[in-house]
Design a protein around this ligand. Sequence first.
Ligand SMILES: Cc1cc2nc3c(=O)[nH]c(=O)nc-3n(C[C@H](O)[C@H](O)[C@H](O)COP(=O)(O)OP(=O)(O)OC[C@H]3O[C@@H](n4cnc5c(N)ncnc54)[C@H](O)[C@@H]3O)c2cc1C
Length: 494
Amino acid sequence: MAKTDFDVIVVGGGNAAICAALSAREQGARVLIMERAPEEARGGNSSYTAGTIRFAYDSQEEIYKLVPDLTAEEKANTDFGTYTEERYFDDLYRVTQYRTNPDLAEVLIKNSNAAVHWLRKQGVRLVPRYGTHAPNIGGKFKFSSGSTLGAAGAGRGLVESLYAAVKRAGVDVYYNAAVKRLIHDDSGVHGVEARIDGKTRQLSSSAVVLACGGFQANAEWRTRYLGFGWDLAKVRGTRYNTGDGIRMALEIGAQPYGNWSGAHAVGWDLNAPPYGDINVGDGFTKNSYHRGIIVNSEGRRFLDEGADFRNFTYAKYGKIILAQPGQFAWQIFDSKVFDLLGPLYHMKQMTKVSANTLDELADKLDGVNKEQFLKTMAEYNAAVQQDVPFNPSIKDGRGTQGLAIPKSNWANTICDGPFEAYAVTCGITFTFGGLRISTKAEIIDVEDRPIPGLYGAGELVGGIFFFNYPGGSGLTNGTVFGRIAGTNAAGYGK
Ligand SMILES: Cc1cc2nc3c(=O)[nH]c(=O)nc-3n(C[C@H](O)[C@H](O)[C@H](O)COP(=O)(O)OP(=O)(O)OC[C@H]3O[C@@H](n4cnc5c(N)ncnc54)[C@H](O)[C@@H]3O)c2cc1C
């Protein structure tokens, strides 16, 4: 058999792709990463992330091992708790309304802990996600919802550490290399056709790993699959994830799978640019709505801000904001909760107004019906169950009584000036529908058989997330299935 250009070609340059490439290389394979973006924009959505990685762990000691540079003071001031596999299963099943593929979910969760240790071995430094995920209760930080650690330097830190590992491992990387088509015949996939620096080239390989993202940056596909109005969403991350990998695989008979009409989408600054700004990264996210309330242009509340920890609601609330008149909303807070809002409420690039009274604030809420807004505030304030103690580290049951749309936890009156309000719209993160893979990360065809030599990982895999998503699972997903895809792709054809 003629020698191929590479043993494994990995399509994509984000977390899933790099984890696949490094894992294939660990098996001794000759590996090429093909990244559509230029070098300075490499890393896909992964480089825009907050870097949070959800994984299962049974003890604080395990966190101490993963973060050996924790100071004695940090250890004394922090309750890392545990996040068991059982809890991860419960969270994933609950938020996906029990639709997650059980086999893929099991692989994801049971390999999540090993994935984080492996990332660390590749040179990714891990740090606790203080600030956003651990409220300070009586002088002690308490982690309680599974988003405990993240990459130092957030997404950029993660991606730079991984590319340093790629360099050390001797993996080739082509930038400006947009893969267009899979080379395929009845015996399977044998390489790719790509535009590299504007020139069409064919490269052969024993196996191909597709890890080139969802279709969130493709306005036409968004409208086609997610529905009316989705063309108007802002893209939180990379402009390069336009569904190419999904299209290429479908063209050779891969099976569409999962929640094609669903996407991860959040409340995102109203005036953020149309695609992510790498210098701001995750900064346009406004996820502390559970500390206050959200109103639309009619001056009405339209969702339960305290339904669950924000990690289990934020990814589905973007869609609801998109459905509001004018596709925007305002988050409202009073001075009682300012210190609970988290770091992303203190940056420069945001659409914010402040006032000393609610009446004055109402005048500043661009596009909002003032009369109804003041009525909503009065009704909300009167409905807060003030006899239930407020506790931000648990679902405290301090809700509202008698409102058509309740706030179920963490309800505080909003009446102590000064007041702040933040304008948000829908920012789409990634799409949930995609390709079907096996537990070995083989891409499955429409007859339920693996396509020989073709593997998939990351955002373009369907069947794991439906409707919603437990925060921090995207990176875990890419690392777990990227590692499996890379290892099996390297073994394929041997
Ligand atoms: C602002 C923001 C914050 C986030 N925060 C978190 C977080 O804290 N924790 C978490 O777990 N998840 C987070 N996510 C989600 C997370 O980014 C994704 O789930 C994850 O990074 C996806 O990894 P991936 O490798 O599949 O895709 P990506 O990292 O997007 O990589 C896809 C790659 O494919 C390349 N590509 C596309 N088309 C082609 C083609 N035709 N040929 C070659 N290459 C191609 C792209 O250029 C890119 O390099 C966040 C996302 C955003 C946008």
